[in-house]
Design a protein around this ligand. Structure first.
Ligand SMILES: O=P(O)(O)OC[C@H]1O[C@@H](O)[C@H](O)[C@@H](O)[C@@H]1O
Length: 244
């Protein structure tokens, strides 16, 4: 059998979470749809209604408030930034982001989350061969999602949205959070693999000079991931769990 990655060439793998290890990109996607559909309707805005493509084009993979700001900009709308502590009722970038988080948290509590089976197969494979692993997620919910999915104990290094915000690191598509993940693992980015399902995340891995960027196509499209800098594109991480 032919495998796409020769793990002997790399010391570490840095995984995005939502859409790569767990199917929670869909949960985020629905929460964003609920937020912006309500928001545009209640405002009586004449702006084009929210559509599924908006998630992939403006929001996917980015930190919470960047997603709000970038979607509003796509409709020529601006709001005051506000503060992360803003209540969900506040009409600010942070308030809307926190409103979306209420939708996300309710769905996570109601439905729980199971990791992708193929992703667990790859994690087991890497653990067996001693390859270092980390999670690099834009989400402030990453620790809760890892816990709910039963994956928390597998990762000593987790760079999430809260860690990035505390350290003042710009979010994806900037490479900084992935570079921080590599630094915390003690590996050279050239000898590490980034695994990402979002265009913004693939672009971050590419900009960071990582040895290999794997695009995981969960609906974005292989062409878009390759255009953003993915070296290989797979649809299931089990495709990478073997020796070449
Ligand atoms: O959970 P948070 O902190 O609101 O972060 C949201 C973002 O988290 C990312 O991991 C997802 O890929 C994004 O699409 C999502 O919008």
């Amino acid at each position: 059998m032919f495998f796409l990655v020769d793990w002997d060439d790399y010391d570490a793998a840095l995984f995005d979470l939502d859409g790569v290890l767990t199917p929670t990109a869909e949960v985020h996607m629905r929460a964003w749809r609920d937020l912006f559909t309500d928001y545009l309707t209640l405002k009586g805005e004449t702006a084009r209604p929210y559509a599924e493509a908006d998630y992939f084009d403006h929001i996917d993979g980015k930190p919470r408030y960047d997603g709000v700001r970038d979607f509003l900009a796509s409709r020529d709308l601006t709001l005051p930034e506000g503060e992360p502590s803003d209540p969900a009722s506040a009409e600010t970038v942070c308030g809307l982001g926190n409103r979306k988080n209420d939708f996300f948290a309710a769905a996570l509590a109601a439905d729980g989350v199971e990791p992708y089976a193929g992703s667990v197969t790859l994690l087991d494979h890497l653990e067996q061969r001693g390859t270092k692993i980390a999670v690099v997620s834009s989400s402030r919910n990453a620790p809760a999602v890892l816990e709910a999915a039963g994956l928390a104990d597998r990762f000593e290094v987790v760079v999430d949205g809260q860690v990035a915000s505390d350290a003042g690191l710009p979010g994806k598509p900037a490479p900084d959070t992935y570079l921080e993940g590599a630094r915390r693992l003690g590996v050279d980015p050239e000898h590490a693999v980034v695994l990402e399902d979002a265009v913004s995340g693939v672009a971050a891995g590419h900009a960071g000079g990582f040895g290999l960027v794997v695009g995981v196509d969960r609906g974005v499209g292989a062409d878009k991931l390759a255009d953003a800098g993915a070296d290989v594109v797979v649809t299931d991480l089990a495709e990478l769990a073997g020796e070449r």
